[in-house]
Design a protein around this ligand. Structure first.
Ligand code: PAF
Length: 281
């Protein structure tokens, strides 16, 4: 596996890759969920590029940018043994040479204003800006994102379509621990006791998804009950929301594309998850 740390190295390395090229953007600190994304890409494309970049633009000043674990050497080994052809791991200066404060931003309206966008108002502009740059730099034919971050996936799909990027975005099912907890880099902020409680986020969302089938059900009442349940379990809920999975807007009707979304703090960790109503996940 080749490693490029500058745009010039990346451009050179791209010449040697066969198409179609798959791209898997990450912030490193890789777990099995990331490696499943790599395997998804290596199965579907001829060459896979992984990127590792802890993107300062998507963290607010009160979030964990400086403490976010950085372990490039270990991550590189994992990528190599999972069939990745090229790793792009640029520095902040390489990505934002004029500084991050005045950098040109790419913003997607509307679907970024809801769910996680309400408590993290600058987060998605940081994501769409860096992903736009990675698409331009790596020129992939396909890009793979995890369904755990469903809103991120929906935002990137919308941006790709509306800005006419010539590539296909594919969502990859969430990788879970055996007790149901979605794999996430932020799980490592959980204490032992919190780790026992954490899978109950998924359980609660799954329970709500099943309740959506009840005759004459009121989704708003279900959301309130779900948030209350999380609170009783020891979480600090940010939101519990039953939404159309494409527009992410509230709905009162049972449709084919319903999904239950949840975000909640447990100690220092902010956990997010989502469950399809129709498949029951
Ligand atoms: O999901 C992530 O790890 C990040 O948001 C991404 C897509 C790599 C952009 O920095």
């Amino acid at each position: 596996m080749r490693i490029a740390q500058t745009k010039t190295d990346l451009r050179e390395a791209l010449e040697e890759l066969n198409r179609p090229i798959g791209l898997v953007p990450t912030m490193g600190n890789l777990h099995q969920g990331h490696l499943d994304l790599m395997q998804w890409s290596t199965r579907k494309t001829a060459s896979t590029i992984a990127t590792i970049f802890v993107n300062p633009l998507q963290f607010s000043p009160t979030e964990d940018f400086s403490s976010y674990p950085r372990m490039l050497a270990e991550d590189a080994k994992k990528l190599e043994s999972n069939g990745v052809d090229l790793l792009f791991a640029p520095s902040d200066e390489e990505m934002y040479p004029h500084g991050k404060e005045t950098h040109t931003n790419v913003t997607v309206p509307e679907i970024t204003a809801t769910l996680c966008g309400q408590s993290r108002p600058t987060h998605f502009a940081g994501v769409t800006t860096v992903v736009t740059k990675l698409f331009h730099l790596c020129q992939p034919d396909m890009a793979f994102f995890g369904e755990k971050d469903w809103q991120q996936l929906a935002v990137i799909k919308r941006m790709t379509q509306e800005l006419d990027f010539p590539l296909e975005i594919e969502g990859v099912p969430t990788t879970r621990h055996s007790d149901g907890l979605a794999m996430s880099s932020r799980n490592q902020y959980l204490s032992e006791e919190e780790r026992q409680i954490a899978p109950k986020l998924f359980e609660t969302l799954r329970h709500l998804a099943n309740k959506c089938f009840t005759l004459n059900v009121d989704f708003r009442e279900l959301e309130t009950a779900g948030a209350k349940q999380l609170e009783d379990l020891g979480f600090r809920p940010d939101y519990v929301a039953i939404r159309d999975e494409n527009t992410l807007q509230p709905t009162t009707k049972f449709t084919h594309d319903l999904r239950v979304f949840g975000a909640a703090y447990l100690g220092k960790a902010r956990l997010i998850d989502n469950v399809s109503v129709n498949l029951g996940d």
